[in-house]
Design a protein around this ligand. Sequence first.
Ligand code: AGP
Length: 610
Amino acid sequence: MCGIVGVVSNANVNEKLFNGLSNLEYRGYDSVGMCFVKNSKFTIKKGVGKLEEVHKRVDFLKLNGNIGIGHCRWSTHGGVTEKNAHPHVDCKNKISVVHNGIIENYSELKEELIRKGHKFYSQTDTEVIAHLIEENIMGSNIEEATRAALNKIEGSYALGILYADEPSKLVAARNESPLIVGIGKNENFIASDVPSILSYTNKVIYLDDKEIAVLTKNKLKIFGLDGNEKKKKIHTISWNAEAAKKSGYKHFMLKEIFEQPHAIADTLNERIANNHIVFEKEFSLKEDYLKKIDRIVIVACGTSWHAALVGEFMLEELAKIPTEVEYASEFRYRHPLLDKNTLVIAISQSGETADTIAALKEAKKYGVKTLSICNVMGSSITRISDGVIYTRAGPEIGVASTKAFTTQLAVLYLLTILLSKIRKTLNEKQIKDMIEGIRKIPLQLQSVLDEYDEILKCAELYHHKLNSIYLGRGVNFPIALEGALKLKEVSYIHAEGYPAAEMKHGPIALIDKNMPVVFIAPHDIYTYKKVLGNIEEVKARGGIIIVITTEGDKEITKKAKHIIFIPKTLYTLSSILAVVPLQLLAYHIADKLGHNPDLPKNLAKSVTVE
Ligand code: AGP
């Protein structure tokens, strides 16, 4: 998605703007641009391509000024061209705008503005904003003109705005697209997310919908669209800037895969006390209420949706609460049956996924309680839900989610223990075993990461295959989906995830000697034996069998071409261990094919438009 950064300072801002944009690259984009103001004149440089490529052509660091805005564009309206790259300006080249979001009534506004004599240069919806502010600037200041313009706009926006005639002011506004304000010393920032400005400040304000911020180097004021000034809380971010760097790894994805033991240990930290689970005060849901709920609906997208499926398994199996998992994008457009005893849980790494936000808002209309499981403190989803449990994965920069996923599973597991205890569906001994199981996970994960020669071998042998199938059952069916998604996302190889027994109802037709089939088959009392049968079926058709199973296995070892062992754990926890080899497999295949797994084509880290 598009990324925005802006700085107003007492010194040249070019490097900060450049670094800010470079930290936003992970969001996925097709063009970049910057605008500086000096002596009440704009200098704008922009172009199609990655930041480094465009930088080679225009030399962003040659530009100077003590105030500037930058943008990386993920195109929605108008093709990928230099003209459509941001910033966009008004007719007089006095108002410069960068935007993330979609202006839904832009064609009506554009027609009206053209009738009034405005000349448009691009095909974007964004340019309308610059001309609309121009219409309103006469006799007023930039914040007033922006407010008047925004009152006519329908849709989502995060905006950075400069006005050449008021060269000390940086104006920002937000509606349904993420935007934060960073507070520095003799300088202030705006940005789409925290990591982009974390090297310069860890003090941030989260803008809410329909708010405008006016920043100078030493002052900051925030208003509503009604013009009334607002008092906002300043948050101190605990992530350090180092956590958002590659630290010697070739890619963020690899670094983040290797951070998982630590991320899970952090996610558990201080949440287990004796035989109890204790969430922080943001959890906010009371025991009386948790006893009464008779249904859980989980909404999420992509990898977070896969985590939700694992959660469904845990919550039904152990806490005995009927649970449904919905794609957030579908949930918002149907009329769900929710009553006061339904808890709606939203799972999101970023907390800014537009579909998940909309699904939560939809749920709230029914008066139900909502809980979010989220990685980004203060993000939109956490602010609109009644309760929050944070995953503590630290900044996840790689577009393909890895450590966010396993920490989501850890949180869902803790929540299941809490609910099982409150509702007395498990006895003290069972709770104790569950707690012991999760406590071992960080070390067990480390052992999976220490030995992955077989994964490297598979990546070497099969990176040129065009298709693959991932099969799992029960709690590991979502892991099959996640393994397939990881491969598709970063290596562009077509992959399908299926429940292993479902294979014979269709996908079996695809199996031949060119088809790698990855089975996720740890030992369990439910389905292990059945999966052995499914493995035979693939073998009989010549498929290449790769299996993830439990250490010490004797039976599968005889049937598979490649075996990857994970340590023995409780069945519900096997999913956390089993997904890691699949993440590594996807990563190494992408790397062998020469793709950058941190920036997969067409993908954005957080999808902030519908
Ligand atoms: C995961 O690898 C993806 N890139 C994507 O599916 C992601 O999980 C999805 O967009 C949801 O994002 P969120 O968790 O930030 O809401």
